[in-house]
Write a protein that binds this ligand. Structure first.
Ligand code: ADP
Length: 285
């Protein structure tokens, strides 16, 4: 299984990636982790990335594409992988498509974790506090100021990937505001409904797809060759729910797009407000 996890900083990509790794025996490829390791080791890439990362910028596309191209060649990535933090720009996504095409590998799905921006600063602040409590070093870019910048980068450079993968019928959107456990269950359920998991990995469909599940499993598209199979097996409630959700999303698309623009603007405002609050809180400490 080859997956991409897409979502802003603090959306839970890392947490969910680890859970998927555990369950499906595939590797997590996090460009953020790899770059942090390169910085710590003082390699040429690390030296190049250090400042950029500390300021919340993006490392050049060719650098991260190079890292991923090498990494997916490793034997442990043969069974499958979850990309976390990559691709982050449309050129990175195009480079990945090309890489996979050359290797005759298929991308199963892109899971977007959708969250309210106003919750992200608090989540990242909590992560920093927990790291501090464990006596570990807090990430240099986990400050309200840098996070605001990382979020702005996400909106302008990474969010277009939602459209990119939706057009290619690879996008699955999950409500990332649910509990960690719920998000994991939802991801496994929709991957199962898509047939992205091997037979032995299939999650048993819920007896009756709950209203909540129907609401959150917004399957924007199915991998190109799957519809016939999915339609045939549509007897299971999970598949029915996925199908219904898929139709609903297509129908509502234009309205949603407008709503997304409005909510992004609102999110940006809220983010600034929370960032200010957190900076004040810090100053007091
Ligand atoms: P986040 O919590 O923001 O998702 P990550 O650990 O994925 O953080 O990434 C941390 C930093 O590493 C980013 O802000 C960026 O500077 C750099 N980085 C990670 N992945 C990429 C990428 N695919 N392209 C460019 N820069 C990246």
């Amino acid at each position: 299984m080859r997956l991409i996890l897409l979502g802003p900083p603090g959306s839970g990509k890392g947490t969910q990636a680890q859970r998927l790794v555990h369950k499906h025996g595939i590797v997590q490829l996090s460009t953020g982790e790899m770059l942090r390791a390169a910085v710590a080791a003082g390699t040429p890439i690390g030296l190049q990335a250090k400042e950029i990362m500390a300021n919340g910028g993006l490392v050049p596309d060719e650098v991260v594409v190079g890292i991923i191209a090498d990494r997916i060649e490793e034997p442990d990535a043969k069974k499958g992988f979850i990309l976390d933090g990559f691709p982050r720009t449309v050129p990175q996504a195009e480079a990945l498509d090309e890489l996979l095409r050359k290797k005759h590998l298929k991308l199963d799905a892109v899971v977007e974790l959708r969250v309210n921006e106003s919750a992200l600063l608090a989540r990242v602040e909590k992560r920093a506090e927990e790291t501090r409590a464990r006596g570990e070093d807090v990430r240099l870019d986990d400050t309200p100021e840098v996070l605001t910048k990382r979020l702005a980068q996400y909106r302008s450079l990474t969010e277009p990937l939602i459209h990119y993968y939706s057009e290619r019928r690879k996008l699955l959107t999950v409500d990332g505001m649910m509990t960690i456990e719920h998000v994991t269950r939802e991801i496994n359920r929709i991957l199962g409904a898509l047939g992205a998991l091997g037979e032995e990995e299939q999650v048993k469909p819920a007896k009756k797809a709950s209203k909540g599940a129907r609401k959150t499993a917004k399957v924007a598209g199915k991998p190109a060759k799957k519809p016939a199979k999915v339609a045939k097996k549509a007897a299971s409630p999970a598949r029915k729910a996925a199908k219904a959700a898929s139709k609903a999303k297509v129908a509502k698309k234009p309205a949603k797009k407008a709503a997304r623009g409005a909510s992004a603007r609102k999110g940006a405002k809220a983010t600034k407000k929370v960032a200010k609050k957190l900076t004040k809180k810090r100053a007091k400490r």
